[in-house]
Design a protein around this ligand. Structure first.
Ligand code: GYE
Length: 346
């Protein structure tokens, strides 16, 4: 009898723990929900004072992306008056579309999307519009027939980033007395069809086109990841013996490129064999700029949570706001990087 009672008590305890754990998985300890594609439509707490924001993130492919996610999570807290439902689409647009539909059926107050690619958004954005849920785009853009399908956008000027990279190279070659030499370039591109890949490519090419002696040997897709970039860089080093410049469209890919170059017995940097151009400007990469391994790192600012919030506030209080909002960014090279390093938190 005593044994049976003990058994029942232990059973009840285990069940309660399981129940608590499942609540934690749905709504987290700080009152926010992490939604996965497998999870059923979650309930939104009955708290009229909280603004419910559904955020659909690209994935977790890079240091930049992690900083961007943290910026969102630090902004949309219960303390600040929000209930955040965060969805990680793991690099698949179909997951993003599913998540947006789930947000619509959950009747969230706002939808924030960082669209993986620019195309393919018309239908689901129309569904959000019909449900009268404002959509704020973050980081990347969409290519839609009617710009009225989204309320606002916050992000970077990717074309300008690419152009700044090209102009840095122009100046660098001039200073080195190499502006008339043939320069062999390879490009490591980010996710095909993403705004960052499209803008950075076009921006850099707008400068490259002015120089007949800049020869772009190949543009290789490496999905913004270190592993893929290392693989692609190795392949290209085998194919082209004279690569002078690598334009790598984010820092994570630059890390992979450096590994590949060094493993092939070559060196990077001012005195080395290969000049590196990078984008994002995360701490580890800026340290490599300081050490002279990366020639230039064009900043892409991931701290976009507060900018998205300011649009939500404007909508809440009926204040005016701009439809397109560019975040401030700069360009880092050896001469200016050291003073910014201590402030870099990601
Ligand atoms: O450069 C890269 C990330 O869209 C700006 O995506 C973003 C890019 C960023 O994964 O690191």
């Amino acid at each position: 009898m005593k044994k049976r009672l003990q058994f029942i008590i232990v059973g009840v305890l285990v069940l309660s723990l399981l129940f608590l754990a499942s609540c934690g998985a749905d709504f987290g300890v700080d009152g926010n929900a992490e939604q996965t594609d497998e999870s059923a439509d979650g309930d939104i707490p009955e708290r009229e004072d909280l603004i419910v924001v559904g955020v659909c993130q690209v994935g977790s492919e890079s240091v930049w992306r992690t900083a961007n996610t943290e910026s969102i999570q630090q902004t949309f807290t219960g303390e600040n008056g929000y209930f955040l439902i965060f969805n990680n689409a793991r690099q698949k647009q179909e997951n993003q579309i599913k998540a947006v539909r789930r947000f619509i059926s959950q009747k969230v107050d706002y939808i924030v999307i960082s669209p993986i690619t620019e195309d393919g958004w018309d239908t689901v954005l129309k569904e959000a519009q019909d449900a009268e849920i404002p959509v704020i785009l973050m980081d990347r853009k969409v290519n839609v027939s009617d710009p009225g399908l989204y309320t606002a956008w916050v992000g970077s000027d990717f074309f300008l980033e690419g152009k700044n990279a090209g102009e840095w190279l122009e100046q660098y070659l001039e200073e080195k007395g190499m502006s008339e030499e043939e320069i062999y370039i390879v490009v490591l591109q980010g996710t095909e069809g993403s705004s960052a890949m499209i803008g950075r490519s076009k921006g850099f090419e707008s400068v490259a086109d002015k120089h007949k002696n800049w020869i772009i040997l190949e543009k290789a897709g490496a999905e913004y990841t270190t592993a893929k970039a290392k693989e692609e860089m190795k392949r290209m080093l085998g194919k082209y013996p004279d690569i002078n410049v690598v334009v790598s469209q984010n820092d994570d890919m630059t890390f992979g490129a450096i590994d590949a170059i060094e493993e092939c017995g070559l060196t990077v940097g001012e005195e080395g064999d290969v000049i590196l151009i990078s984008f994002d400007a995360v701490y580890t990469a800026l340290k490599l700029v300081e050490a002279g391994k990366i020639g230039v790192d064009v900043e892409c600012n991931p701290l976009q949570g507060p900018y998205v919030e300011s649009i939500i506030k404007a909508l809440e209080y009926n204040w005016g706001f701009e439809k397109e909002n560019y975040v401030p960014e700069q360009v880092f090279y050896k001469e200016n990087v050291s003073e910014f390093l201590p402030d870099r938190k990601y």
